[in-house]
Design a protein around this ligand. Structure first.
Ligand SMILES: [Zn+2]
Length: 397
């Protein structure tokens, strides 16, 4: 996987770093917007330097130092960090009408709603995703009634392959995969069969399945048998029973094998049962780092534990990751997981002009896991501004 990443990065950098779209365009057009003087960090281009980002026609037009040309508008980013727009692959932003706009104000220029609804009410999140200002996709919950307090698929007849398949077929433009929530309080002893059915749904569409792991009835190795390349494991830091790491601090061989065959591992911060600091510590120490970060955003999470995507990213600055490594997991890495994000997560010239401006503050910050444990960090990223398709977006109130 590292090799694939290195290759893509090198290719992107070689093709267009610091170059302009073309002399003709540059001569004809003043820029629409220049983001001036920020510390530009773009792992896809291996850039970390004080630079200006010029935007024209909704696309990145130049990333250079001291761009002197005129622009209709200038955004002063001195003292700030300028990164590609953030891509959040596990949210529930399509659960409420203003979810997409709230996430956008936090710098999230692309999101996936992961299983808020099943076949019966899939039209609701689809309507919200379609109306979203940013790139948005929906994973359909294999449980046809969506997320239920009594457990989505505790009644196995709710994992209705025919209903899910019909819903995917009807909404091929917005549905980007199937979500299978497998915890014991969601699927009970049906976990294996639920996942098998989820794979049956996507088989003819060539789409991924995202599994919600942690506290399952079935052992993880048995469930992982059913994962194919391109599938996503979310809540990778879930505590036992059935963590990805054993009592001796070893990542399970089946987990390593899954990553080797192209299964992605995602954080899925959330609020209940998914993230515990001691597990994060041990998994990070074992060198099994997340491919992607995600918030598992909900309106409730906005005021507790999750807050915003930059806050979730910040938690990992305290586990040995550099700023560049943290940003990669919220941008370029996520762009590889879902087709819709393929040309995003980068400030490469010609890419859609989706940019997040962040502020890195030093101090003392409390981060809380899903079990009420606090950790104090010395740094925290705050959302400071968003540019979507070249246009400035109002910041978080
Ligand atoms: Zn979720």
């Amino acid at each position: 996987m590292l090799n694939r990443r290195e290759f893509v990065r090198a290719a992107a950098a070689g093709a267009a770093m610091f170059s302009r779209v073309g002399d003709a365009l540059a001569a004809a057009a003043k820029y629409d917007l220049i983001i001036k003087g920020g510390r530009v960090i773009d792992p896809s281009l291996r850039v970390d330097a004080i630079l200006d980002v010029a935007i024209a026609g909704g696309r990145i037009a130049a990333v250079e130092s001291n761009i002197a040309d005129d622009a209709v508008e200038t955004l002063d980013a001195r003292g700030k960090i300028v990164v590609p727009g953030l891509l959040d692959i596990h949210t529930h932003a399509a659960r409420i009408k203003d979810g997409p706009a709230l996430c956008l104000a936090d710098g999230v220029t692309g999101f996936v709603d992961a299983g808020s609804q099943g076949a019966d009410r899939i039209d609701d999140p689809i309507a919200i995703a379609k109306a979203a200002p940013q790139a948005a996709r929906v994973l359909i919950n294999i449980g046809r009634a969506g997320i239920l307090p009594e457990g989505d698929t505790m009644d196995i007849t709710r994992a209705d392959v025919g209903a899910a398949r019909a819903a995917v077929a009807k909404n091929r433009d917005v549905v980007a995969g199937v979500k299978a929530r497998l915890s014991r309080d969601v699927a009970g002893a049906n976990d294996y069969e639920v996942l098998r059915r989820a794979q049956e749904v996507v088989a003819s569409f060539n789409l991924p399945v995202m599994i919600h792991m942690g506290q399952t009835v079935s052992p993880l190795p048995r469930l992982f048998e059913l994962l194919k390349p391109g599938d996503i494991v979310t809540h990778m830091f879930a505590p036992p029973p059935n963590s990805i790491i054993d009592e001796n601090g070893r990542i399970l061989p089946e987990v390593l094998a899954a990553r080797r065959r192209g299964v992605w591992f995602d954080v899925g911060n959330g609020r209940t049962g998914h993230l515990r600091w001691d597990i994060v510590e041990r998994v990070m120490r074992a060198g099994f780092w997340p491919d992607t970060f995600s918030t598992d955003w909900t309106p409730e999470g906005r005021t507790a534990q999750v807050f915003d995507f930059p806050n979730v990213m910040s938690k990992f600055l305290d586990f040995g990751m550099t700023l560049d490594q943290v940003i990669a997991r919220a941008t370029v890495n996520a762009s590889r997981v879902f087709e819709v994000f393929r040309d995003r997560g980068t400030l490469n010239v010609g890419a859609p002009a989706d940019v997040a401006v962040l502020e890195l503050r030093q101090g003392s910050f409390e981060f809380v896991d899903n079990f009420g444990n606090n950790r104090t960090g010395r740094q925290r990223l705050f959302p400071s501004g968003t540019v979507l398709g070249g246009k400035r977006v109002p910041s978080r109130a």
